[in-house]
Design a protein around this ligand. Structure first.
Ligand SMILES: [Mg+2]
Length: 416
């Protein structure tokens, strides 16, 4: 897309996502401080908070905080375990709502995405109109609250969505002067890529707001940070951010990963999470009519060592049944230390555009029909509508069928 053409970009972010889903599922929790994450075990628990309701935030509780600290700050809080399966199902429906308004949706995580709605104006109205329609759909269909920023670039849209949470809608004027005026009074720490060290240095240069960063001579910035960082900060501070919204279907790889609330020693639990991630990934692949040949599994241990293993299959795959056996084999090969696990992820790449006739002929047509039916059920009723018990054990007869040639038990070649 022409970087100088005016664009309308939305950043949509669900409010206190996991906690809001829990409250929705148990209305008696409404208005109470709800904290989702690791078990606090009376203040001795390890692990972190994954999400805190706005009521809990009033006590100073926030996500990524050690759960023992959350317990001390808010002992009357309702502490709940994370239910990823539920959140992933809600996430899939949330993304499907966004995709009604444009096919240019770039998910950033389970509960937030960028949308480029520049081309949607004729059908759906301007940015603010689309934002209100999304908020209304999320509220009526998922009973969740979303905050949305509308701006001519990603950076400003992301900041705008955060300014009036929860339930906020902030529209940044589309002209360049409007973006600059919007950014100018905000603290310099809001600039992307500015950590505590960079922020301290900016303060030393006399720049506490984004407007003051923009006003610094570029030579001063370059002297302090080097050319690349200086040019990046200078451009962002002036609202210059030409990065395009990159829809998943146009990406070179598609992946899902999960960080556990507490490092997990139990390999069965890691395996169950891998299954959930593979199912979610396969659903996204089919939605985008993509199929990939290379499967990559990533594992991060408690001591922050990250190992990834990849394997390339002879044919492109897009179903859980076809991806899972190889993913499990790769997981075993990643997992040599027996350390507790912090993060597990799976990705597919090396996409082949599905060629209907050829594609169907060498695949299990029944398996695809089943997968489509499951997708449709999930979209209507959520993941709980479809049992995956069979997948957790070895595959029973009839569910693996013709997927065999596409899913060898052993990876064929490894790029490690
Ligand atoms: Mg959020």
């Amino acid at each position: 897309m022409d970087p100088v053409a005016p664009r309308t970009i939305l950043h949509v972010d669900l409010d206190a996502f996991y906690a809001a889903v829990e409250v929705r599922e148990r209305p008696e929790l409404a208005g109470r401080p709800v904290i989702v994450g690791a078990d606090p075990k009376g203040g001795t628990g390890r692990g972190v908070v994954s999400a805190a309701s706005y009521e809990a935030r009033r006590f100073g509780v926030h996500s990524a905080m050690p759960v023992s600290r959350a317990w001390r700050l808010c002992p009357q809080g309702v502490f709940l375990p994370t239910r990823m399966e539920l959140y992933l199902a809600v996430s899939a429906r949330f993304m499907a709502i966004l995709e009604r308004f444009t096919d240019r949706v770039e998910p950033l995580s389970v509960d937030e995405a960028f949308l480029d709605v520049t081309g949607s104006a004729r059908l759906h109205g301007d940015g603010a109109t689309i934002a209100r329609a999304i908020r209304a759909a999320v509220a009526s269909e998922e009973r969740l609250s979303a905050s949305i920023g509308v701006a001519p670039c990603k950076f400003a849209a992301k900041i705008a969505s955060d300014l009036e949470k929860p339930g906020g809608l902030v529209v940044v004027p589309p002209d360049p002067g409007g973006v600059v005026a919007f950014l100018a009074p905000l603290p310099a720490g809001r600039l992307w890529g500015v950590g505590p060290k960079t922020l301290e240095r900016l303060h030393q240069l006399g720049a506490r707001t984004i407007g003051e960063v923009a006003a610094l001579p570029l030579a001063h910035l370059r002297g302090a940070f080097g050319d690349a960082t200086a040019d990046h900060l200078h451009a962002l501070a002036r609202g210059e951010d030409a990065r395009a919204v990159e829809p998943e279907r146009a990406a070179k790889s598609l992946g899902r990963e999960h960080t556990f609330d507490v490092d997990v020693a139990d390999r069965d639990e890691v395996g169950r999470m891998l299954l959930l991630l593979v199912e979610q990934l396969a659903g996204r692949l089919r939605r985008h009519r993509l199929a990939g040949r290379t499967i990559t599994v990533k594992l991060r241990t408690a001591d922050f060592e990250t190992v990834a293993r990849a394997a390339t299959l002879p044919t492109a795959v897009d179903t859980t049944e076809a991806i899972l056996p190889t993913a499990r084999e790769l997981l075993r090969r990643c997992d040599s230390t027996r350390q507790p696990i912090r993060l597990v992820g799976v990705a597919l790449s090396h996409f082949a555009a599905p060629q209907p006739a050829l594609f169907e002929a060498r695949r299990d047509v029944q398996g695809r029909a089943l997968a489509k039916a499951v997708d449709a059920l999930r979209e209507r009723f959520g993941d709980g509508a479809v049992t995956r018990g069979a997948l957790l054990d070895s595959r029973p007869p009839g569910t693996d069928g013709g997927a065999k040639p596409a899913a060898p038990r052993r990876p064929q070649q490894a790029g490690e």
